[in-house]
Design a protein around this ligand. Structure first.
Ligand SMILES: OC[C@H]1NNC[C@@H](O)[C@@H]1O
Length: 446
């Protein structure tokens, strides 16, 4: 029976824009996701995060759920425009008070706070001046981070500078499915560079402020498998691995963007300015842990696609989630092993893993999400194998505590251990809540 180490951290994760609501309350400034969701056509079901789970007003009830769940830690993000409505300068005290209250309630419940500094809700005022393409945003982020390190110098267990910079860069600035909705590959490359620089400045500030706790960054990583063992499919998979994984792993742990990708982009007309020696060491300065968000793998082959010349495949024999993602637990083992061996991070936390399902209450108001229990069990068993083989993994966070606003899909995709009725905002614990409660208590997956 796989037991995790006694000090292994089990938690759940959320993010500000996806759960808080109160989008323009108590002095909060507009974010790029407020703007993007208010723009007709951007959100598949036409909903917004204006109310979402109304966590801003119900956080005490939600902390009580966390206490009942028994988690060791709770990962949430701070909404930058709730702290600095214009992005920098004037502080919104009421916004800061909200997070002081939340962290205080978590401490009372004996739950370690894990804070993500940036989970995509950039102040719109900064976007109006170019957003992450603009050096000013890099500086503003460093000021925002330093302010939070000073405000919560002793209370936070883990600090995560950025959540999934790949999504911010390429989904937000190339694919256009996320805020700010740009479709410009050159912008996406510039944004990825600035996100990494801003991460480095934040880590520097963390060290200078002598903040307690640990600091790291969270990447969404996906194993990439060639559709066949043909040379061109293997090369296509290598390109995709560079695009999805190595583009951030290499600068963070080796101080360089991957050479093969720089050459490929240059060949396609997207030359990226070289990083200076100072910028390289800023980005690659030591961090205390790497956060990995894992959901699925990718299977690719040679294709005619414009920039990457790849085609994606969905293996017919696999099962898929409500997001259309393949269920592939082995991929969590693979990515943890690969990252541990190739990049030697100090420590690893699985900062997100979960499944979207079309959950609905039955006639008795219960939600028997057995598929979510099966998904979590199979991924925890895969993770346990990596831990057993000596990979430095210290914790695992389920995405998500509760159903919430799933970006371009709006409120239509449910990832929670807790169901949210969006008309009454009632929370209903799913079967997976009780299953995970037992795992957290016993540190065992059966
Ligand atoms: O798509 C599920 C999750 N993936 N990682 C980032 C989160 O904000 C998403 O809800």
């Amino acid at each position: 029976m796989p037991y995790f180490p006694e000090d292994f951290i089990f938690g759940v994760a959320t993010a500000s824009y996806q759960i808080e609501g109160a989008w323009n309350e108590d002095g909060k400034g507009e974010s790029i996701w407020d703007r993007f969701a208010h723009t007709p056509g951007n959100i598949q079901d036409g909903t917004t995060g204006d109310v979402a789970c109304d966590h801003y007003h119900r956080f005490e009830e939600d902390v009580a759920l966390l206490k009942e769940l028994g988690v060791d830690a709770y990962r949430f993000s701070i909404s930058w425009p709730r702290i600095f409505p214009e992005g920098r300068g004037r502080v919104n005290e009421k916004g800061l008070d909200f997070y002081r209250s939340l962290i205080g309630k978590l401490q009372e419940a004996g739950i370690k706070p894990v804070v993500t500094l940036y989970h995509w809700d950039l102040p719109q005022k900064l976007q109006d001046k170019g957003g992450w393409e603009n050096q000013e945003t890099v500086e503003a982020f460093a000021e925002y981070a330093r302010f939070l390190f000073q405000s919560f110098a002793k209370e936070v267990f883990l600090w995560i500078t950025h959540n999934e910079p790949w999504v911010v860069s390429f989904v937000g600035h190339y694919e256009g499915r996320h805020a700010p909705g740009k479709r410009d590959f050159k912008s996406a490359l510039q944004v990825s560079r600035n996100l990494l620089l801003s991460h480095g400045l934040a880590v520097q500030a963390f060290r200078e402020e002598k903040t307690l706790g640990s600091i790291g960054i969270t990447l969404n990583l996906t194993p990439v498998h060639p559709f066949s063992d043909s040379e061109e499919d293997i090369l296509a998979a290598k390109r995709c691995d560079g695009y999805f994984n190595r583009w951030f792993l290499d600068p963070l742990f080796k101080g360089e963007f991957p050479e093969d990708m720089l050459l490929w982009y240059e060949k396609k007309g997207f030359a990226l300015p070289q990083l200076s020696e100072e910028e390289k060491s800023l980005i690659a300065q030591p961090i205390d842990f790497l956060g990995i968000n894992y959901y699925f793998r990718r299977v690719v082959g040679k294709g005619e696609g414009a920039i990457f010349e790849v085609e994606f495949f969905n293996p017919p024999q696999s099962e898929y989630t409500d997001m259309g993602w393949e269920i592939y637990p082995e991929g969590l083992y693979e990515i943890v092993k690969r990252v541990s061996e190739e990049y030697q991070p100090e420590d690893i936390y699985i900062t997100e893993n979960g499944i979207a399902l079309p959950d609905q209450p039955d006639s008795k108001g219960r939600i028997n999400d057995q598929r979510r229990i099966d998904y979590l069990r199979s991924h925890l068993l895969a993770l346990h194998r990596a831990v057993d083989e000596g990979c430095p993994v210290s914790g695992y966070f389920v995405w998500s505590l509760m159903d919430n606003f799933e970006w371009g899909f709006g409120l239509s995709k449910r990832f929670g251990l807790v169901y949210v009725d969006y008309t009454t905002l009632q929370r209903i614990k799913k079967a997976s809540f009780y299953w995970y409660q037992k795992v957290v208590k016993s540190k065992r997956v059966d």
